[in-house]
Design a protein around this ligand. Structure first.
Ligand SMILES: Cc1cc2nc3c(=O)[nH]c(=O)nc-3n(C[C@H](O)[C@H](O)[C@H](O)COP(=O)(O)OP(=O)(O)OC[C@H]3O[C@@H](n4cnc5c(N)ncnc54)[C@H](O)[C@@H]3O)c2cc1C
Length: 479
């Protein structure tokens, strides 16, 4: 730790966002960056705690105290070397991670956590700018071939790690471009897609092959892959959205969140859609159902498309603001999150259940009937029960976006073809250490095994799967 008293004298300072009235006019990243001097000051605030809870909170086991010290000392090469040991893609996590590390930071006890995520982003972006991130193809090849199905953060991390170990990796992706939800879910204003292209180009130079536009299970059978490859990793995500099967669900204008988000990212990348298939909030009152992060991304996207008004509703109660005694430090705090998109304008309402979608004369949605609910504790088992109050109201909306999470993987042909065992929720069952499935030489990583999660967790599970696959292949070779 270079500057022991810094945390006492230097307050937390974030890069902040571009002004709301300016940023809603485009899809460029909203977050701004501190200058190099301020950034090093922020890095110097790390106290190098004896027990670093930031490290404990991070699914990747990132070594935050060490690399923040290097950043403070302006040793970007050293900082990046340490950071990239545990995180394959700090340029993704540095942008979109909810920063579990910062919630664990001891300074977070007084809401003054070190700006770990922004420090991480500063290290990786400076490393790229200073030419420190160069392709490092493996010196020796093992002759072994691995197929990774799905190119989201889990598949990319698995492929990256296996390639570094000298195995020949092919990533199969059904979409036209790699990245999974990084590319076709997370809005550009949070993650510029050039950042994914830069990393994919690097991995290709190192020898990873991306075969996009190939739907495994349809274009190639699972058995073909099993014959041709020494191991297979399933990393197809959790693509089935939770539906809301109430009256009027089939009306025009009621969409899953990803229909809007994916299409907008494709438009930003230059694709064109005809009016009849374009999902747009332009000139409409928008209702987002679901109070989580995907809902928040719908709020920001609707603003950029030119919505008249945006309302977001949630069936759960409003979380506490600031502190929550039931999730104390160093745990992840269940508190109210206000995103940059919310700051752009949104009527946020809680404890509302959706009862029906209302049609206008042309069969398009024009409103949603909602009912106020309460949550009551059942004294016998302590479980919370939903109670409908009968208090009904109508929210005017010409477009409704369902952002209520995901129920499990799609890709039935593939999963049935491979014959992997699934859990009660339909996720692929894996050994928690090796990520091996019930079928020999088949492994799984990311949301397909855990259910919908976070980028950082998917990178971690992709790395674990790579270790499991490497051990499996090496053992098979020894035998
Ligand atoms: C709108 C939205 C915003 C989010 N924002 C954040 C955020 O800010 N921070 C965060 O940490 N997390 C966020 N998440 C969650 C995060 O994006 C996911 O947890 C993560 O991307 C899952 O990674 P994955 O690799 O398991 O799967 P995915 O990213 O879902 O990738 C799976 C890939 O597999 C491909 N595939 C599927 N089936 C086949 C097949 N049969 N053949 C070939 N390819 C196939 C898919 O096309 C896809 O490209 C967000 C999620 C959503 C939906």
């Amino acid at each position: 730790m270079g500057n022991p008293g810094a945390f006492l004298n230097i307050p937390r300072k974030e890069g902040g966002y571009r002004p709301a009235d300016e940023r809603v006019k485009d899809y460029s990243e909203v977050e701004m960056r501190l200058n190099a001097v301020e950034r090093r000051e922020q890095a110097s605030r790390c106290m190098d705690c004896g027990v670093p809870f930031c490290h404990w909170s991070c699914p990747l086991g990132n070594r935050q105290p060490e690399w923040q010290d290097r950043l403070y000392k302006d040793d970007v090469a050293g900082a990046y070397a340490l950071l990239s040991m545990t995180d394959d893609f700090p340029e993704f996590t540095g942008r979109v991670c909810p920063a579990l590390c910062e919630k664990g930071c001891v300074l977070n006890k007084r809401h003054e956590a070190v700006t770990v995520r922004e420090n991480e982003l500063a290290i990786v972006e400076r490393a790229f700018a200073e030419g420190l991130v160069r392709p490092k193809p493996p010196v020796n090849r093992t002759g072994k071939r691995v197929a990774v199905i799905g190119s989201g953060p889990a598949g990319m991390a698995c492929a990256n790690q296996l390639n570094r170990r000298g195995h020949k990796v092919t990533v199969f992706e059904k979409n036209a471009a790699p990245g999974g939800l990084l590319r076709f879910g997370i809005p550009d204003f949070k993650l510029d897609k050039g950042v994914i292209d830069r990393r994919v180009a690097l991995m290709e130079e190192e020898g990873v092959v991306f075969r996009c536009g190939v739907n495994v299970g349809r274009d190639i059978t699972a058995s073909q892959l099993l014959e041709e490859y020494d191991a297979v990793c399933i990393a197809i995500g959790s693509e089935t959205p939770r539906d809301l099967k109430v009256d009027g669900r089939g009306l025009k204008g009621v969409h899953f969140a990803l229909e809007l988000l994916q299409q907008q990212n494709r438009c930003n990348a230059g694709e064109n859609f005809t009016d009849d298939v374009r999902v747009s909030a332009k000139g409409k009152n928008v209702l987002v159902i679901g109070g989580g992060d995907t809902g928040s991304d719908c709020v920001g996207t609707s603003h950029r498309q030119g919505a008249l008004s945006v309302t977001q509703i949630e069936i759960m109660p409003k979380p506490p603001v600031g502190d929550n005694p039931s999730t104390p430090w160093p745990y992840w705090p269940v508190i109210l999150k206000t995103s940059s998109s919310h700051e752009e304008g949104c009527d946020r309402r809680w404890l509302l259940d959706t009862r029906r979608f209302i049609a206008d004369d042309s069969g398009c949605v024009s409103g949603v009937e909602v009912e106020e609910v309460e949550w009551e504790k059942n004294p016998s088992d302590g479980k919370m029960n939903l109670v409908h109050t009968g208090r009904m109201s109508i929210i005017k909306a010409e477009i409704v976006l369902l952002a209520m999470g995901f129920t499990g993987p799609s890709g039935k042909e593939l999963l049935d073809g491979l014959g992997v065992e699934r859990d009660k929720r339909g996720n692929v069952k894996v050994d928690p250490q090796t990520r091996a499935t019930s079928v020999a030489k088949v492994f799984a990583a990311g949301d397909v095994a855990s259910g919908a999660s976070l980028v950082v967790r998917c990178i971690a599970s992709g790395r674990d799967a790579a270790k499991g696959i490497d051990a499996y292949i090496s053992k098979a070779t020894e035998l």
